[in-house]
Write a protein that binds this ligand. Structure first.
Ligand SMILES: Nc1ncnc2c1ncn2[C@@H]1O[C@H](COP(=O)(O)OP(=O)(O)OP(=O)(O)O)[C@@H](O)[C@H]1O
Ligand SMILES: [Mg+2]
Length: 218
């Protein structure tokens, strides 16, 4: 598979969406063909599932929730991600398979091996070339969520222990796969993080498709 597949992970409020937008803008300015997707969503089915998850919230059983995320991901992989990578595009995903391991596995307590198998099925064993993990202490993420104008539904519903489990799971996954994950300190400013993440993305570009942003501009 050609192209470059970068996923962004981290607990709620860590700064994923902020950095996906900044990286996409930066790569586009260098002349690269960039596509961003968010999970759950990115397809008609995925957006419908996103609404179900938002509307029914904590009424959904943990296994049912896992299957809804998996269905959205399967459709996104088939309809958007694989064609984009075949067309040699740079794909930035705001959450991907690791989110299900961290949230439904560590967070909600489902068996991790079964989630990994489900992920393998729905992703067709596609692995990101690079996973950007933005790590932030749970208290700081909660404070950010509280300072947002709109109520942050999930943060209201889940407790601190839940997010601590999710955060620790992400760090464990990163330690298990150091070649894929790069961990960033989410307490840094958005501009500092942008520069650091961009460096990791450039290295992944060199490694995977033999071009860096600088070369692409020439
Ligand atoms: N490095 C940063 N330092 C301080 N605040 C930040 C930083 N990055 C983002 N923020 C702010 O924190 C809030 C959450 O950021 P963002 O929406 O990017 O996080 P997220 O990881 O996408 O969250 P979610 O999982 O809820 O979608 C926003 O109000 C954003 O402006
Ligand atoms: Mg976000």
């Amino acid at each position: 598979m050609s192209g470059l597949f970068v996923t962004f992970e981290g607990i709620d409020g860590a700064g994923k969406t902020t950095q996906v937008k900044r990286q996409a803008a930066r790569l586009t300015r260098l002349g690269l063909d960039v596509l961003t997707v968010r999970e759950p969503g990115g397809t008609e089915l995925g957006e419908a599932i996103r609404e179900i998850l938002q509307n029914l919230g904590n009424m959904i059983d943990a296994c049912a929730e896992t299957c809804l995320y998996a269905a959205a991901r399967a459709q996104l992989v088939a309809e958007v991600i694989l064609p984009a990578l075949q067309a040699r595009r740079v794909l930035l995903a705001d959450r991907f398979a690791d989110s299900t391991i961290a949230y439904q596995g560590a967070g909600r307590g489902l068996p991790e091996e079964q989630i990994i198998e489900l992920n393998a099925l729905v992703t067709r064993r596609l692995r990101p070339d690079l996973t950007v993990l933005i790590d932030l202490p749970v208290e700081e993420a909660l404070a950010r969520a509280r300072s947002k104008a709109r109520a942050h539904d999930r943060m209201e519903m889940m407790d601190q222990a839940f997010f601590t489990r999710v955060r620790e799971c992400y760090l464990r996954l990163a330690a298990l796969e150091p070649a894929r994950f790069v961990v960033f300190d989410g307490r840094k400013t958005p501009a500092e993080l942008e520069a650091e993440i961009f460096q990791a993305v450039q290295e992944a570009l060199e490694r995977c498709i033999g071009t860096s942003g600088d070369k692409a501009r020439l």
